[in-house]
Design a protein around this ligand. Structure first.
Ligand code: NAD
Length: 483
């Protein structure tokens, strides 16, 4: 099984290799087999990429927005045509089942390219009358934007950052996660094939030190990170040194509240989507499932039956519903949380063990009788581990749901829509669902509050994060000077 790209990096319109960089092996998480050997970017390549981006950006910003948009929309079409091969690559790289990658990764990346391609020509400024004079505003690009990705949605992450950046006239240097470096190279190649001029999209491989070097480089105007809160703290601080713009898409420990009037099947299905998709490696997951006491037994019975029916196996088999975790280290971390939950007194309802096969598989796991003080109710696990907590009334559950430093997402299941809106209105979270979970179409702004992040991706909101406003005051008459 090979997924070796033409070269490790994509710089100034072409694949580039420099074997002097530290080796970076890419493993298939379902087998542990090496599927590609890359090298981290050397300082010389970082220089080339940043200089290319700076050089190309000014011409790009001067292009007609409709032309920029056309290139992005062409890239979206190519991605859709190649969805199958891109999905197989994503599955090899991340271990996520093909059943998911076929519908969630290159397709959502293509949606972002199409959406922002169409958005580009609609961007306008304002005019502000000032009596005889007037003011107008222009939306200008920021310049060179650095994107740094996590390993759970590699194709989607590069597209969610690159599509708005390019649409609004910026250039991009992207560093994928060292665990899943492959698909970003293909996205860069596809954009170039679609007509994107050289230098506007550059992909550099490397570890945290490369990310840190990019964030503090004076040639960089903006940094958008998708990653954990601890990394976010470092990146935000380093960006602050240079007063650079930031978007921080960080982790969560999101609440999903199930009232006892909810549809049982929908609530169970929602909770499973909120915990088991991508083997639980989703930032917005609703990992604290608060179930009202009147529903608890029915909920756990149905949840157990449906969870035990999940088909785990070879992620390349389209019948497989759940694959492995991304790496051995992530699997060990998740197993550590499972052991800790048992020790702290949570009741294991199902799962809790590794699978007896090669690869980094952990069975979908449900703990009941979880209390707010337990480690699995406070820390992000990033694996297929659901915590079910009991509650009695609305005020109580809202206070408990909000008692966390995170604030990425929240969900409510209830048939009483007035209550649904009332509860969501009081939850401290950026991305919320009522009677649904984890749907993130490109039209919807996405991001967190509190320590889960700063800024928003997608929707009209992305304009704020990839442009800046120039204000022009126009004097129409004699200058009224007091001297
Ligand atoms: P991570 O924080 O370990 O790494 C993220 C990226 O940052 C990687 O590319 C890494 O190489 C880089 N990095 C590490 N140290 C750095 C430094 N000092 N300076 C610059 N870059 C550095 O995260 P991960 O383990 O890859 O991903 C999982 C985390 O990402 C989870 O916490 C998850 O919730 C979060 N996540 C958030 C979103 C969102 O949109 N909010 C989406 C997906 C994942």
């Amino acid at each position: 099984m090979k997924a070796q790209p033409e070269a490790s990096h994509f710089i100034d319109g072409a694949f580039v290799e420099d074997k002097a960089g530290a080796p970076l092996e890419v493993l298939h998480p379902a087998s542990g087999e090496v599927i590609a050997r890359l090298h981290a970017a050397t300082p010389a390549l970082v220089d080339r990429a940043l200089n290319a981006a700076r050089r190309a950006q000014a011409d790009w910003a001067a292009r007609l927005p409709v032309e920029r948009g056309r290139i992005l929309r062409r890239a979206a079409d190519i991605m859709r045509e190649r969805n199958h091969e891109l999905s197989v690559l994503e599955t090899l790289d991340t271990g996520k089942p093909l059943q998911e990658t076929l519908v969630a990764d290159a397709t959502s990346g293509a949606d972002a390219l199409e959406y922002f391609g169409g958005f580009a020509p609609t961007v306008t400024g304002q005019t502000v009358p000032q009596g005889r004079d007037f003011i107008y505003t222009l939306r200008e690009p920021l310049g060179v934007c650095v994107g740094i990705g996590a390993w759970n949605y590699p194709t989607q992450i590069i597209c969610w950052k690159t599509a708005p950046a390019l649409a609004f006239g910026n250039a991009v240097v992207f560093k994928p996660s060292e665990l899943t470096p492959l698909s970003a190279l293909q996205v860069a190649a596809i954009l170039t094939e679609a007509g994107l001029p050289a230098g506007l999209i550059n992909v550099l491989q490397g570890f945290g030190d490369l990310g840190a070097a990019l964030v503090s480089d004076p040639r960089v105007d903006k940094v958008s990170l998708t990653g954990s809160v601890p990394t976010g703290r470092k990146v935000y601080a380093a960006a602050a040194e240079g007063i650079r713009h930031v978007t921080m898409e960080l982790g969560g420990k999101s609440p999903l509240i199930v009232f006892d009037d909810a549809s049982l099947e929908d609530a169970v299905g929602g909770a499973m989507m909120a915990n088991f998709y991508s083997s639980g490696q989703v930032c917005s997951n609703g990992t604290r499932v608060f179930v009202q006491r009147g529903m608890k037994d029915r909920f756990l019975d149905r949840l157990t039956a449906r969870t035990e029916a999940i088909r785990l196996g070879d992620p390349l088999d389209e019948a497989t519903q759940m694959g492995p975790l991304v790496s051995e280290a992530q699997m060990q971390k998740v197993m550590g949380y499972i052991e800790g939950a048992r020790t702290e007194g949570a009741r294991l309802v199902t799962g809790g063990q590794r699978l007896n096969r090669p690869g980094y598989y952990v069975a979908p796991t449900v703990f009941a009788d979880v209390t707010d003080d337990m480690t699995i109710a406070r820390e992000e696990v990033f694996g297929p581990v659901m915590s079910v907590l009991d509650f009695d009334d609305e005020d109580e559950v809202i206070a408990r749901a909000n008692a966390t430093e995170f604030g990425l997402s929240a969900g409510v299941f209830t048939q009483d829509l007035a209550r649904g809106h009332r509860v969501i209105g009081r939850l401290q979270a950026g991305s919320c669902w009522i009677n649904a979970y984890n749907l993130t179409p490109v039209e919807a702004p996405f991001g967190g509050v509190k320590q889960s992040g700063v800024g928003r991706e997608n929707g009209h909101a992305a304009l704020e994060h990839y442009t800046q406003i120039k204000t022009v005051y126009v004097g129409m008459g004699p200058v009224d000077a007091p001297y």
